[in-house]
Design a binder for this molecule. Sequence first.
Ligand code: XMP
Length: 384
Amino acid sequence: MSHGDEVKKAPAGFKVTARADGSDISAMENTELGLYALQFHPEVHHTERGTRMLENFARGICGYKERWTPSSFLSESVAEIKKQAGGKTVICGLSGGVDSSVAAVLAHRAIGNKLRCIFVDTGLLRHGDRERMKAVFQDKFGYSLKIADASGLFLSRLKGVTSPERKRKIIGHTFIEVFDKEAKKIRDAAFLLQGTLYPDVIESVSVNGPSAVIKSHHNVGGLPKKMKMGLIEPLRFFFKDEVRELGRSLKIPEPVLMQHPFPGPGLAIRVLGEVTPDRLKILREADRLMREEIQSAGWYSRIWQAFCVLLPVRSVGVMGDERSYEYTIALRCVSSVDGMTADWSKLPHDLLHKLSSRIVSEVRGVNRVVYDITSKPPATIEWE
Ligand code: XMP
């Protein structure tokens, strides 16, 4: 059944067993015929109760016996990657995020040094991202990792651009160009490893007729088509929480697994309006302070994403005895299971107070901090 096709009346012989907001029938049964039906939109109902409902339906009613466990997936997936690669070199665009990290460690188990990682420094990263990446994958794990510094190129192409979708397109194309150039230097590269997750797949691909593309997420679909390489996507049917679970069984360090998702276009979609080195510097510094405070208050692992947005708005303030006219930082903190729906986080007032006073006093160019109290929907998590 697709969206909008909800059954309004139970067919003869069926009894309605569950209703939900906005739906007359969520589940129904015909015990005489042994037929059961459950209406379920996985992209919206991937919540704790939703998972319980599905489990009950699959195990209790349909009699499904679980064969899938993280360790069985691990061995099957390692064997599958090995088979798919067939002794050839596999390139991985490592971003340092949870998904590409888990995909890379999985692939490294399968093919060892036939895995070659490329990390593109877009100049749109957060404070410490590049260094952390190098410390974990090159210094600790000993993987083959090439760091391509293309920050100058990205910033020059973003000059004067204010539209969010234009920014995403420019960043997407430039990323492919830089990545492609590095990949061509690797001989025998036949496959591309990507940490694409299930929500990326369903938000980007319309299964049943046209559905509105809300934002063109460049991590799906861009690289492979251009690069004429086979694609290895071991996490394609996974949600984020399951990827973290898998990462744990791969013994990936907890700080890597528990880090918040970070979008491909990076800070460019958090500097509203034109992206300039000065504005990036302000945002990067505010973001560093925010993460530091949220971590030391013990809130980091309790939320899905916490970040700052630099608004293209200046307002009047007082700094010492002087009138100031500076930028505003918006704090965005949300809880979510998979990023498809989200609630704004009810951070304690004293933490908000600390964030605001540290940002205003320590980040030059900011004299006002606001807290975003909108959930998704109707707002999206990112502002652009
Ligand atoms: P929205 O803003 O659509 O975000 O509610 C949902 C999740 O996706 C991330 N996001 C992106 N990730 N490229 C990415 O790789 C993008 O263009 C992009 N836009 C949003 C966002 O950070 C959140 O986790």
